[in-house]
Design a protein around this ligand. Structure first.
Ligand code: FAD
Length: 227
């Protein structure tokens, strides 16, 4: 065990978590081939779920380790996983990053629908924010979401989207008003019917019914058919 784990901002649960994860990693055999990154990422998600480690990525009420998301646990998990495999770290990080907006700002219905599946590995999420001209400067984001009756049409192009093509849930950031960074909204887009568009990392014209939430607007069960 490394000495920084004795620092006062780590507790007994952190120390036990790292020791358990390191032991598990020493014994587990997972496909880990960077030339076959999609299959390897899926394999790591399945293995991490079976080991119970993805529970660190969701709040306790949805099967998580602790009541809320614990950033120190997430950092320790990533450090320990990355020491063994970049893909293991990647797969773990994306389960948390891709579902983070749902954990923090999603409606309880969205949380109930997706977060248990994030923890048990049945849902692979993606975080679709970056665009060619909008990376660090999120306020430059140009993808638009236009209300169309009860639905939203999301129109734009994303780039650099980790898990694009293998994700089950895309949290897509789009502009709903011309008020800079305050005019952005996150949409939960179920990939079941939008997969082809998302495969090329384009959040282009995803379409679905929507219900409003102050911070996150969710598409309904029938939603997200690619036009
Ligand atoms: C492997 C990988 C995976 C990724 N996965 C995802 C993903 O899943 N989802 C997603 O949405 N995005 C993802 N990205 C995109 C990533 O988040 C962006 O690359 C990042 O936000 C930086 O944006 P940019 O590339 O446009 O760089 P820029 O914003 O153009 O920045 C270029 C450089 O300028 C610096 N800089 C920028 N603004 C300022 C400033 N105001 N003052 C001083 N310096 C500044 C930056 O620090 C950087 O060094 C991924 C990127 C990589 C490389």
């Amino acid at each position: 065990m490394t000495s920084e784990l004795n620092w006062p901002f780590f507790d007994e649960e952190h120390r036990a978590f790292v020791a358990g994860l390191a032991r598990w990693l020493a014994e587990i055999d997972v496909l880990d081939d960077e030339r076959n990154a999609d299959a390897s990422s899926r394999a790591w998600v399945r293995a991490l779920a079976a080991g119970g480690w993805l529970r660190a990525c969701v709040p306790g009420v949805y099967g998580g380790l602790r009541a809320g998301l614990d950033v120190r646990t997430l950092c320790l998990a990533r450090e320990t996983l990355a020491y063994r495999s970049a893909l293991a770290d990647f797969a773990f990080a994306m389960q948390g990053l891709g579902s983070g907006a749902v954990s923090l700002f999603g409606s309880s219905e969205l949380q109930r629908r997706y977060l248990p599946m994030v923890a048990n590995g049945r849902c692979v999420p993606a975080f679709a924010l970056s665009e060619r001209e909008a990376g660090s400067d999120v306020s430059a984001l140009a993808t638009r979401a236009r209300r169309d009756g009860e639905s939203y049409v999301i129109d734009g192009e994303k780039t650099w989207i980790s898990n694009a093509g293998i994700a089950d849930l895309y949290v897509v950031f789009a502009r709903t008003a011309d008020t800079g960074v305050h005019g952005l909204t996150a949409f939960a887009v179920d990939a079941a019917r939008g997969r082809d568009r998302c495969r090329s990392a384009r959040a282009s014209a995803l379409h679905g019914e929507s219900r409003l939430h102050p911070r996150l607007r969710s598409l309904s069960r029938e939603a997200a058919a690619a036009l």
